[in-house]
Design a protein around this ligand. Structure first.
Ligand code: NAD
Length: 501
């Protein structure tokens, strides 16, 4: 019997890693052991890929009607919904996110995403059916792609699983799902719920282990038709290299460094409240995090002052308490990264307004906590202004003109999320349109909805999550061309041989 408390789910069976190795998962709030999970290797990845391949080539799931697939996904959504209290606690213990974020944000949104995709499964249709050439008709089919390797990050473990598997399954694919090594617990719980929902064996397979081994195996395998990653831009590049050998279809949701542009006519209090909510969300470990505050010079001092006042009200502590606003970072390594960037920012000459240190006190000794941190007087070319940090640390800088704000906002390699704050409707639309980002919000920063696409420009990746656009990502479009004449000689044959008819 394998030693792991949590096991991999492959071909409908619960199995340990082939070599029997396990990884200990830690609770970032107190450094205590949360679980042991299998530390899978190449052989484990291959077994999961084979199971998904078999389920796609011969199994029931791709051959079910969209209506039957929708019913199965709705059942899965209902089972998750009835288990949200337990799952939220586990998510908080594994990731460090606050219980209110997990229970009232990630989990209900995941259920809604799944329900949306269940409904959308039944809307997949070719967009054309018509005669475009002599006596022949054209039909479009939307077909599943095949085996999808889904690789998820540690910041929203359960929600990212759903963003990956929901559209893939709705479209009729089978999946090998690999969670981040730091946060595999709720993904394995999801596999248990998938089993309970009665999805055919091999439809979803879950394997845990190092990304460099399992992720690489998925990306380079000939038997995997598509890889979908949410993760760091550098990981996206590695997957592109690994998938190049077999020209694999990729879907990459990568890093971000979102600008938040405040003009001097904005509702400043709304902007400051929005700034704190959108920068400290999930401990700042969010690809859409408002990370660069560009504020027009007339209101810049007032905005920074108000933001500092509001950041002081953030309650840092045990993430399982409903009154906690900010939990620990996900790992000691992530906290070290934040600390490194804080010292880079100081070295670059940015002014520390608040934070910049670990919180003091016994309650924080064992966890990976860091105070909400704001640097002001940054310039657009500082590393702290351009590079993704992924923590409760953000910068503010002032600008003079609209053109300057647009130029600074776009001056990063990323292009995921942006927002503009102003009461001038003409300017609001002008600036939103000028953003080289996959999303531009006006007088708001963060909300996502199941019906609208989420995805990047530039090095934030390509392919969309959420919405019908995401469902389409997980399909191939096939043109079926049907001759209706039964003629021996077709009007175009002479271009190859003989003369026109
Ligand atoms: P990461 O890139 O380190 O890991 C992501 C996943 O990739 C993990 O499962 C990891 O095990 C795996 N992996 C690592 N190396 C691999 C390799 N060589 N081949 C294949 N897989 C590999 O990212 P992370 O630190 O877990 O998450 C944070 C990053 O995710 C940030 O950059 C953030 O911006 C990004 N993110 C983006 C979005 C989005 O929608 N664009 C959403 C959430 C997170």
């Amino acid at each position: 019997m394998p030693k792991a408390e949590y096991l991999n789910y492959v071909g409908g069976e619960w199995v340990g890693a082939e070599k029997g190795e396990t990884t200990t998962v830690i609770n970032p709030a107190n450094g205590a052991k949360l679980a042991d999970v299998p530390k899978g290797g190449k052989a484990d990845a291959e077994a999961a890929i084979d199971a998904a391949r078999e389920a796609f080539d011969k199994g029931k799931w791709p051959r079910m009607t969209p209506g039957d697939r929708a019913a199965a996904l709705l059942k899965l959504a209902a089972l998750i919904e009835s288990d949200m209290d337990r799952l939220a606690i586990l998510e908080s213990k594994n990731q460090g996110k606050t219980i209110k974020q997990a229970r009232d944000g990630d989990l209900p949104f995941s259920v809604d995403n799944l329900r949306f995709m269940a409904g959308a499964a039944r809307t997949l249709a070719g967009s054309a059916s018509m005669e475009y050439a002599y006596g022949a008709t054209s039909i479009l089919r939307r077909e599943p792609i095949g085996v999808v390797g889904s690789i998820t990050p540690w910041n929203y473990p359960f929600m990212m699983d759903i963003w990956k598997i929901a559209p893939a399954l709705a479209a009729g694919n089978t999946v090998v799902l690999k969670p981040a090594s730091l946060t595999p617990v709720t993904t394995i719980e999801l596999a248990k719920i998938i089993e309970k929902a009665g999805l055919p064996p091999g439809t979803v397979n879950v394997i845990t282990g190092p990304g460099s081994v399992l992720g690489e195996a998925l990306a380079s395998s000939e038997k995997v038709d598509m890889v979908s990653l949410t993760g760091d831009t550098s990981t996206g590049k590695e997957i592109m290299r690994a998938g190049a050998n077999n020209v694999k279809k990729l879907h990459l949701e990568l890093g971000g460094k979102a600008p938040f542009i405040v003009f001097d006519d904005a509702n400043l209090e709304a902007a400051a409240q929005g700034a704190v909510a959108a920068s400290m969300v999930n401990g700042g470990q969010d690809c859409t995090q408002a990370a660069r505050f560009l504020v027009q010079e007339k209101v810049y001092p007032k905005f920074v002052r108000r933001m500092v006042e509001l950041l002081k009200t953030i309650r840092i502590g045990d993430p399982l308490e409903r009154t906690t606003d900010l939990g620990p970072l996900v790992s000691d390594k992530q906290r070290e990264k934040v600390e490194k960037y804080a010292s880079i920012a100081k070295g670059e000459g940015a002014k520390l307004e608040i934070g910049g240190a670990r919180p003091k006190g016994k309650a924080f000794e064992k966890g990976w906590y860091y105070l909400p941190t704001l640097f002001s007087d940054a310039t657009f070319d500082m590393r702290i202004s351009c590079e993704e940090v992924f923590g409760p640390i953000v910068t503010a800088m002032s600008f003079r003109t609209e053109e300057q704000a647009i130029e600074i906002a776009n001056n990063v390699i990323y292009g995921l999320y942006s927002s503009v704050w102003t009461k001038n409707i003409h300017r609001a639309f002008r600036v939103a349109n000028a953003m080289h980002f996959g999303a531009a919000e006006i007088n708001e920063h963060l909300p996502l909805v199941s019906e609208m696409p989420h995805g990047g420009y530039k090095q934030s990746g390509f392919g969309k999550d959420l919405s019908i656009y995401s469902l389409e990502e997980y399909t191939n479009v096939k043109h079926v061309f049907v001759d209706m004449t039964d003629a021996d000689r077709k009007p175009w044959h002479y271009t190859t041989f003989g003369d026109p008819m």
